[in-house]
Design a protein around this ligand. Structure first.
Ligand code: HEM
Length: 497
């Protein structure tokens, strides 16, 4: 037999094995009484006017009405469940979290950029999470606050200058909020003055955008069940240029600080202390490469998230002037009691501003879903029974759909910060913008402080309103599962010169 013939036979055999395996899996789900979700047909239906997250929201809502707990996603190499059942969601994220303590994301041990806290498996993740917890403690946030506050002041200056250069007072806020967020995370993460608010072409901004856009390939994000194909081919998501930039930056910063004994209230400082503490190295050593990976994660996790939330909050405030007035009046009242300074204590009192951010993130959570991966076989109780879960099953919890379920949030398309008044109660795990349980975002408090400080500073100095160029609705890329992308033009009027 010729080589071509042999290869053809091999390929045929492979296809037959895959088909048989697929049939076996379909049969497995049928026995479990779980309907299949045709993910390829879902992907095909996505258009600019009907992006993926909306299609998934409709599927979730339909399941909710029919009380259908799960739908299966079967790709042989990845077997997953799209979870609607609220009791199961709580079990996965909180009650039985140890059985589901991985995200199922591909991690590459040879690439620190793909082997950080967000991707590592449970055994390594739990040491890292405990070690890095001090980065996000109330004391660290307090120490970092002056750095954030300074960048907020700079934002006001830049906004004033930009407005005076425009006759119509119309500014594109997405870009400005991005530049603000890069400067904050650069300062509190790396101890670097990124200067992107002032310099549109600042390097940090360039690499921040590059790093967050060059790696987003939804299906390739997940590890495979049998052959770890991505690992075999040593797949890396980030370009050499991006990796070199961040590696060099972290290494030079650490060398410089260690040489001159420089201490600064930022993430880098805490990471250097952990690295140099022999007690801390017992279970899990924080090497230089690991620090690069973690700082990179903090940068990418903390950049687009806060900037999107901020400009989406401004967009909603511009569309809802009565909410904006109420917010500004609360800011002014609180500042009266704090000598007109936006101190950390004042920020903590600004409950309504925090509610505005919570409502923004409810309406526009940055991820369409939170993922978990079963580490072992277990039984998942649901509202109307239970389901046996095999090891290596991916679980997708549709955070956007849960956050917009009218049962939990009546008239979910209406922007209403009062939903988060202290006395309003709702079931557990119905607000998923930061995830939930021990794997939830560790920077919740840090992010709220940063965003409340920024929003309060802006409201104190400017009024925001819509103009002809303001989008009627926020649109998302058709294939994008997270983050709105549209420019947000707003009219910005200074309140006091
Ligand atoms: C508006 C701001 C933010 C939002 C909405 C957000 C949202 C999220 C979400 C949904 C997760 C996954 C949670 C889960 O799987 O249950 C996450 C994880 C994470 N976030 Fe955030 N995040 C924000 C800001 C930040 C910032 C500023 C940082 C760092 C400076 C950060 C660092 C992380 C890290 C390290 C993880 C992984 C945690 C782990 O695996 O243990 N996030 N975030």
């Amino acid at each position: 037999m010729s080589l071509v013939g042999a290869l053809f036979l091999l390929l045929l055999l492979f296809v037959i094995i895959i088909l048989l395996k697929y049939c076996e899996r379909v049969w497995y789900w049928r026995k479990q009484n779980v309907e299949l979700l045709n993910i390829f047909s879902v992907l095909q239906k996505a258009t600019k006017d009907k992006p993926l997250y909306r299609i998934l929201q409709n599927i979730y809502q339909d399941m909710y009405e029919k009380r259908e707990s799960f739908k299966a996603i079967e790709l042989v190499l990845i077997s997953g469940l799209f979870v609607q059942d609220q009791k199961a969601i709580e079990q996965i994220l909180v009650t039985q979290y140890e059985s589901f303590a991985d995200r199922g994301l591909y991690a590459n041990p040879n690439d620190p950029f793909l082997a950080n806290m967000g991707r590592l498996e449970y055994d390594q993740w739990r040491h890292l999470r405990r070690k890095l917890q001090p980065c996000f403690s109330a004391n660290s946030t307090k120490a970092m606050y002056p750095l954030m506050h300074r960048v907020c002041g700079e934002f006001v200056q830049v906004l004033r200058e930009s407005v005076t250069q425009k006759r119509d007072n119309i500014l594109e806020m997405r870009d400005l909020c991005s530049r603000f967020a890069v400067d904050v995370i650069g300062s509190v993460g790396f101890g670097v003055e990124c200067n992107s608010l002032r310099d549109v072409n600042a390097k940090f901004r360039y690499f921040g955008d590059k790093a967050t856009t060059e790696h987003f390939r939804p299906l390739l994000q997940f590890k495979t069940k049998y052959l770890n194909i991505l690992k075999i081919f040593n797949v890396k998501y980030h370009s050499q240029e991006t990796r070199e930039f961040f590696t060099q930056l972290v290494k030079e910063t650490i060398e410089y600080r260690e040489k001159y004994g420089i201490q600064r209230a930022d993430f880098m400082d805490i990471l250097i202390k952990i690295k140099n503490d022999p007690q801390e190295s017992k279970n899990f050593e924080l090497t230089l490469d690991r620090i690069v990976g973690e700082v990179f994660l903090f940068f990418t996790a903390g950049y687009n998230t806060t900037s999107s939330a901020l400009c989406e909050a401004l967009y909603e405030l511009a569309k809802n002037p009565e909410i904006q007035d109420k917010a500004r009046s609360q800011v002014m009242d609180i500042l009266d009691r704090h000598n007109n300074n936006i101190t950390l204590e004042a920020v903590k009192e600004m409950r309504y501003i925090k509610q505005i951010i919570m409502e923004t993130l409810r309406k526009y959570p940055l991820l369409f879903a939170v993922s978990r991966y079963s580490r072992r076989a277990c039984t998942l109780p649901t509202t109307n029974g239970s389901l046996n879960i095999e090891p290596n099953t991916l679980l997708l919890i549709p955070s956007h759909a849960v956050n917009n379920n009218p049962e939990f949030y009546p008239e979910p398309d209406i922007f209403q910060p009062e939903r988060f008044d202290k006395d309003v109660k709702r079931p557990a795990c119905t607000y998923l913008s930061f995830g939930e349980g021990p794997k939830a975002c560790p920077a919740i408090n840090f992010s709220y402080i940063e965003m409340v400080c920024c929003l309060a500073t802006l409201l104190r100095h400017f009024r925001f309103s819509t103009c002809e160029k303001t989008p009627k609705e926020l649109l998302f890329n058709k294939e994008m599962l997270r983050l709105s992308v549209e420019n947000i033009f707003l009219k910005v009027e200074p309140l006091n010169k």
